[in-house]
Each structure stands twice: as structure tokens, then as C-alpha cells.
Design a protein. Structure first.
Length: 329
């Protein structure tokens, strides 16, 4: 029977989410790629247990995570029942709805019918009465924001979510979502954008908008699908996502110029006493503008290596300038 480490809150930094009372760990565990029937169940449970022992109290999901869609939520449900039932009130569990889950016109996007039925299915898969955060996973260009935000508000009113968030929304869409939710009385808690040293689009207005609105942020893909690790310093390795031409990372992406950039970044990381992956996580969290960064893990060792990044989150101006020069921002 699993018993959590008594010192699990000693080392992990926690950051307040926007103007809310909720704090998130600097690193949160995303269950996107590595939780489903194609992975050993015991490995999945071991990762979750080790994460919690290291102070990673936030597990992030979406209805379509797997594969197949729904599998990650089911895997977490099994782990919650087996290991985490005594610790539910110490966990922040989030899920999302917006991408395709079932056939027909009600199986994706942002209608009230889809969002609330999807949340019910997510809760059933995880064996939960509520999630801590429920997200609109992407804006729906054909559904009024009043309907999508109204559905998020209803989830809170029904006791099925404590907070609500949005993901992949532009600065303008985020502002409108926050306005509508504020008028309904359910504040926008958090935005989940893609953000890394190689994908800095949130710096083009989104982070400023979140600061102004006092909304938190949690960055996904901070390691850019594995590019910002040591795996690609010599090109494309066998067994990698790029080698399999994953829909999330194609071989064409890994150019000679990119490999040269990654090697230069790795040199800065080494001088900091970090791996490239650790520096990439620290970079996203620098300065405190981002509440938390989402990490994936296929093993407990990989998880432990990532968590070590929280020991050195500060950068001097010279390091930041060198990174900007390499990436040619």
C-alpha cells in the first residue's frame, strides 16, 4: 500500500495562480503521451507516486489524452483508487474538453452540450465527483463565447469543477473569456499556452494580457516535444518522436541549423550546472510570470531529472542575452 513521503512539500516551490487563493507546484505532471494501455500500468503508477512524493501535486489531463482518447483519465482513475484516495484533498486535478472525442456534431469544440457531457464522462473515467480545474481546450469559432464560458460557469455551479481555465486562446480571446466569466461570477483562473525557448508566441501579448487580468498561466510543451533535451544534440536518434514522424514532431523540423542551436544552448546549460532540459524548464519559469510548467515523464528517472530544474530558476542578464542570440529572437 502506498504511503506518501512525509517531506514531500519541503523542496518544491509553489506559486499563487493569478489573483486566486490556489497555489500550483512550479512543475506539474501532464498525462498527455505516457498514460494509456500501451504502457505498463505499474510504470504509470510509479511515475504518479514519485511525482507526488516530490511535491508535484498537480496532475493535468484532457478528455482526448491517451491513446486512445480517454485512456489517460482512466489510468489516473485506477491510480487514484489504488494509491491516492487518502490524498485527494492534496491534489489538483485538471481536465479539458474541446478536441474530437466522438462522432457527430456534438463530439468536439465548444458547445454547452459537448463541454458538459464531456466533463461528465471525464469524471466517470477518473472516479471523481469534481475536478479542480476544467478548461475549454480551444476556442470554437462557430460557438458564441457566452455559451462556452456559460458552460464552464455551469460546471462550477454544479459542483463538478472548482475553477475554470482556457487553453490555446489568443490574447484577445482570453480577454473576452475573462470578461464574460467575470460577469457570470466565475473568474478565469488560468490559461494554458504552448511556450518554450523555441516557441515564444506567448511573449507577443498573451503574457502581458494575463498579467493585466491577474490570470495564472501553465506552459505546455516547455521542452518542445523533446527537442530541448539531450536527445537531438547529434541529430535524430532512433526511437524518438521525430524518427517516427510523429504528428507533434516531424523529422523535417530537426534541421542542421536547429541542431547547432541546441548544442549552443546545451553549452549554456552545462555552465549553469544543468542539462538542456533542466535549463529549458527553468527558462520558462524565470521571473515568476508563468505559474507552472507541464512536464511529461516516461520513467521515474526522467521525472526526477526534471524536478531538479527547480533548484536553479534564476538567470543573469548575460545568460538571457546569449539564449536570445542563439534563438535569434
Amino acid at each position: 500500500m502506498y504511503t506518501a513521503h512525509t517531506d514531500r512539500y519541503v523542496d518544491m516551490p509553489y506559486r499563487r495562480t493569478g489573483r486566486s487563493g490556489l497555489k500550483l507546484p512550479a512543475l506539474s505532471l501532464g498525462l498527455w503521451h505516457n498514460f494509456g494501455p500501451d504502457r505498463p500500468a505499474e510504470t504509470q503508477r510509479a511515475i504518479l507516486r514519485r511525482a507526488f512524493d516530490l511535491g508535484v501535486t498537480h496532475f493535468d489531463l484532457a478528455n482526448n489524452y491517451g491513446p486512445p482518447p480517454g485512456a489517460a483519465e482512466s489510468a489516473l482513475g485506477d491510480a487514484l483508487k489504488a494509491d491516492f484516495a487518502p490524498y485527494r484533498d492534496e491534489l489538483v486535478i485538471s481536465t479539458k474538453a474541446g478536441y474530437l472525442m466522438w462522432p457527430g456534431p456534438y463530439g468536439e469544440w465548444g458547445s454547452r452540450k459537448y463541454l458538459l457531457s464531456s466533463l461528465d464522462q471525464s469524471l466517470a473515467r477518473m472516479g471523481l465527483d469534481y475536478v479542480d480545474i476544467f478548461y475549454s481546450h480551444r476556442p470554437d469559432p462557430e460557438t458564441p463565447f457566452e455559451e462556452t464560458m456559460g458552460a464552464l460557469h455551469s460546471a462550477v455551479q454544479q459542483g463538478k469543477a472548482l475553477y475554470v481555465g482556457v487553453s490555446n486562446y489568443s490574447p484577445e480571446e482570453t480577454r473576452e473569456a475573462a470578461r464574460i466569466l467575470g460577469e457570470l461570477g466565475t473568474p478565469l483562473l488560468i490559461h494554458q499556452p504552448r511556450y518554450s525557448m523555441l516557441d515564444r508566441r506567448p511573449e507577443d501579448g498573451l503574457l502581458d494580457t494575463l498579467d493585466e487580468l491577474q490570470v495564472g498561466s501553465i506552459a505546455y510543451s516547455p521542452l518542445e516535444q523533446g527537442l530541448l533535451t539531450s536527445r537531438y544534440l547529434d541529430g535524430i536518434p532512433e526511437g524518438s518522436r521525430a524518427a517516427s514522424d510523429s504528428p507533434f514532431l516531424s523529422a523535417d523540423t530537426v534541421t542542421a541549423d536547429l541542431v547547432e542551436q541546441l548544442r549552443a544552448l546545451a553549452g549554456i546549460a552545462e555552465a549553469r550546472g544543468q542539462s538542456l532540459a533542466q535549463m529549458a524548464l527553468a527558462w520558462v519559469l524565470r521571473g515568476g510570470r508563468v505559474t507552472s510548467a507541464l512536464i511529461g515523464a516516461s520513467s521515474t528517472q526522467q521525472l526526477e531529472d526534471s524536478v531538479t530544474a527547480t533548484r536553479a530558476l534564476d538567470f543573469d542578464q548575460e545568460e538571457l542575452a546569449r539564449i536570445d542570440a542563439i534563438i535569434k529572437r
